[in-house]
Design a protein around this ligand. Structure first.
Ligand code: ADP
Length: 775
């Protein structure tokens, strides 16, 4: 009803509805009043109706208002209700949504819980395995720590240096040996660079080699002197290699160093022994050459005398043999050159026919002595002159003929010579054949090896040989552009074939004996070997000069200031000093001098050394007329010098008294007079204590060939010796501290040895002197 009412109100509008309502109310009022009145009164008057209408009219607005308010309220309520319902609906919807969400979340949660449960199980399993892993690792770490400690003790126990540096060249670690070397603990060393711990020279080498390792990413081995913190030098073989992390990044380098000072010392000693051997050979051959020079000189002089043809032939052979022997001695001196393949050829124009006659003469003599027949057959024409080193070819042929004679008991030794000229080159071939024991085929190549000899049970003929000849001969032949081959049959004989290709040359001029007219000169010959003196004096006097002979350096230095000479000929090896020593004294005298010419037993290939050491020129012994004439022409005739010149010479005579020789008595006596003997004695004791260390360091510097350090240590020793008046030690140390001295390197070991050997003795002498002086 209410809804109907409301709908009507809405439908009709408030005015029409009110009017309708008023009419309805009036009608109701009328009806109700009339009815009531009728019931009560039994009749209805007009007034009643009017009253009913008026009542109806009065009541209607209130009713309308009341109803409108009710309707309005109802409507509002309805609207509220609708809104509420909507909201409810919305809420219900949201609720549903939430429910759905909730359900979903619950599902999710359930899932998560499931997963978490699973994860928990997995976690527990993982924790278990982790625990196992931790345990395993702990065990491994323990083992590792043990291994590391073991390794560390190995590394520390190693006498070799072990260290590692990072990419920046800074030390990252080292072993005990390295600590000992540097004098720094590992913890102090870490972070330092080689520049911080080594001297500049050493560090630069170390850094340079580090760089090579880094640049090329390869290991490197080299040798270097290092210095211990106490100053002692040691020679190390160092090996450096890059090291990497597990993932392949280079972390730096690891270095190992093995001290090889002893090895180096032995090597040096070996070298020295070798040098001594060569020096010995040189000296021996020098000694041999002296009489040989006499044979050469005298035989040449004899050749100028009247002789029969036969005598002349023999003499020529003697002469040539002696010259060749001299050349062979030169080879012996140059022995080391064989090893270093430094043999040099001196090619000169040679008359081949003369050469072969000479070979024939000597070979004939050799064969004859063994009861063999000898022949040399020239089966082709030969050019008059070719360029070759006759000494070397002679050496080859004599060696082959010598062997042929040696290995042939009976029969013949024969040389066949042939020549074929093509394009100005003479192709020479010499077949040296014999009817001797022959050489087995399998040995034929081996015999050209150095020191190889065919082992023969029956004929121990090679006992007289060395096994060098063929090796050297082949080397020489090949050096001359040729070769030597052998063809042999055991029991039938051997043929050695030498082939050479040599250029043709103009025939050489036979110089012979030059008769030269020269202005007579006054010459001082400083020479000690009688034979040489005879030969040289004869030759010079033959040229019209006057010769004064001094047989030792001292004599020469005595004669020189008092006598004028136009030329000085100085032998190099004299009993008391060398020719160079004399020249030095003379040059130091600072006066003008006549030309000074060295006479040397060696072959002169380069005169610069003689000139550098003060000579004006040098001539080889035995001196030849042409060489003397040449020197006189070049030097004497162009040299103007005054006769008034004097040479201030003289050598301080040493007092033979031991004290005076070994001690600086002047200084010592005034020292003792001023301070008394006790401080001097204390200084002596201090010197005595210091010397072993000084000498050890000096010795290591000598082995290290460290010139600067040798000089500086020697200087310390000199100063110390000087302060207690050890004159002899001071002098020797003075030399050792002066690397500019000539032949300093050659002498330094001797000087150091001399200090080492004599300082205790000298100290004893000093103490003795001090005791006597005190008294
Ligand atoms: P050496 O003769 O001093 O032993 P060589 O180098 O001249 O040294 O010779 C090497 C070896 O070659 C000889 O020891 C010898 O065994 C063998 N030989 C060289 N020449 C002959 C030869 N004419 N007949 C037989 N054997 C030879």
């Amino acid at each position: 009803m209410a809804q109907y009412y409301v709908n009507l109100l809405v439908k009709l509008g408030i005015v029409r509805f009110s009017m309708l309502l008023a009419l309805a109310l009036i009608a109701l009022a009328v009806v109700v009043q009339v009815t009531i009145t009728l019931v009560l009164n039994g009749s209805v008057h007009d007034n009643d109706i009017l009253r009913f209408v008026i009542f109806g009219l009065l009541i209607t607005p209130w009713a309308v208002y009341f109803l409108s308010v009710v309707v309005d309220q109802l409507e509002k309520s309805r609207q509220h209700l609708t809104t509420f319902i909507e909201k409810l609906e919305e809420m219900r919807f949201r609720d549903m949504e939430l429910n759905r969400q909730l359900t979903y979340n619950v599902e999710q949660l359930n899932q998560e819980i499931e997963e978490r449960k699973r994860a928990e199980v997995a976690r527990k399993a993982a924790i278990l395995s982790l625990k196992k892993e931790v345990h395993r690792r702990e065990k491994a770490q323990l083992e590792l720590a043990e291994q590391t400690a073991l390794l560390r003790s190995f590394i520390d126990a190693s006498p070799d240096l072990i260290y590692y540096r990072n990419e920046k060249g800074k030390f990252s670690g080292c072993n005990k040996a390295m600590e000992d070397l540097t004098g720094k603990r590992e913890s102090e060393l870490v972070g330092l660079t080689p520049w911080d711990i080594y001297s500049k020279d050493i560090a630069s080498k170390v850094v340079e080699t580090d760089q090579q390792v880094f640049d090329n990413n390869v290991s490197l081995t080299y040798e270097q002197w290092l210095i211990y913190s106490d100053g002692q030098k040691a020679y190390f073989e160092l090996r450096k290699l890059p090291f990497y992390s597990q993932d392949g990044f280079r972390l730096g380098l690891v270095g190992f160093g093995r001290e090889i000072t002893e090895r180096k010392r032995y090597q040096d000693e070996l070298e020295k022994v070798n040098q001594d051997k060569i020096a010995f050979i040189s000296t021996i051959s020098h000694e041999l050459r002296t009489p040989l020079n006499g044979i050469v000189g005298l035989s040449r002089m004899l050749l100028d005398t009247r002789l029969s043809c036969e005598q002349s032939d023999y003499l020529r052979t003697i002469h040539v043999s002696a010259i060749t022997l001299g050349n062979i001695f030169n080879d012996i001196i140059d022995l080391d050159k064989y090893d270093r393949s430094k043999l040099e050829l001196v090619s000169q124009p040679i008359d081949l026919l003369d050469f072969m006659t000479e070979i024939e003469n000597i070979s004939g003599l050799m064969a004859e002595q063994q009861g063999l027949r000898f022949s040399l057959d020239k089966i082709t024409l030969f050019p008059p002159s070719v360029m070759l080193d006759a000494t070397r070819l002679r050496q080859i042929l004599w060696n082959l003929v010598g062997n042929a004679v040696k290995f042939t008991k009976q029969g013949i030794v024969n040389v066949v010579a042939r020549c074929n000229v093509k394009d100005n080159i003479a192709h020479l071939q010499f077949d040296v054949g014999d009817s001797g024991i022959g050489i087995p085929l399998e040995e034929q190549n081996k015999i050209f090896a150095m020191y190889y000899q065919v082992q023969q049970e029956e004929n121990n003929l090679h006992a007289v040989g060395t096994g060098i000849g063929l090796a050297v001969s082949r080397k020489l032949a090949r050096l001359m552009g040729g070769d030597i081959v052998v063809d042999s049959k055991v029991g039938e004989g051997s043929t050695f074939t030498v082939t050479l290709g040599v250029p043709l040359s103009e025939p050489s001029k036979d110089i012979g004996i030059i008769i030269v007219e020269q202005i007579p000169l006054k010459i001082l010959l400083v020479e000690d070997i009688e034979l040489n003196i005879t030969v040289t004096v004869d030759l010079l006097e033959g040229l019209g000069h006057t010769v004064i002979v001094a047989r030792c350096g001292k004599k020469a230095l005595e004669i020189l200031p008092t006598t004028y000479f136009d030329l000085l000929l100085l032998d190099i090896q004299l009993p008391d000093m060398t020719g160079f020593d004399i020249v030095k004294v003379l040059r130091d005298g600072n006066v003008s001098l006549p030309p000074l010419v060295a006479l040397t037993a060696n072959v002169i290939k380069d005169k610069t050394e003689y000139i550098a050491r003060g000579m004006d020129d040098a001539i080889s012994k035995p001196i030849s007329v042409s060489a003397v004439v040449d020197v006189i022409e070049r030097l004497v005739m162009q040299c103007h010098f005054s006769k008034e010149q004097t040479v201030v010479l003289g050598q301080k005579r040493l007092n033979n008294n031991l004290y005076a020789t070994l001690l600086d008595l002047e200084m010592l006596s005034s020292y003792v007079d001023i301070v008394g003997p006790v401080p001097v004695y204390k200084s002596i004791i201090m010197f005595e204590k210091l010397m072993p260390e000084y000498l050890q360091i000096l010795g290591s510097n000598v082995i290290a060939k460290d010139q600067r350090s040798i000089a500086s240590k020697a200087h310390q020793i000199k100063s110390a010796a000087c302060s207690i008046g050890l004159k002899h030690i001071q002098k020797v140390a003075q030399k050792a501290q002066s690397p500019d001295l000539p032949a300093w390197w050659e002498n330094i070991t001797d000087w150091v040895d001399e200090i080492q050997a004599s300082y205790s003795h000298d100290l004893g002498v000093l103490k003795q002197w001090l005791n006597e002086y005190k008294k």
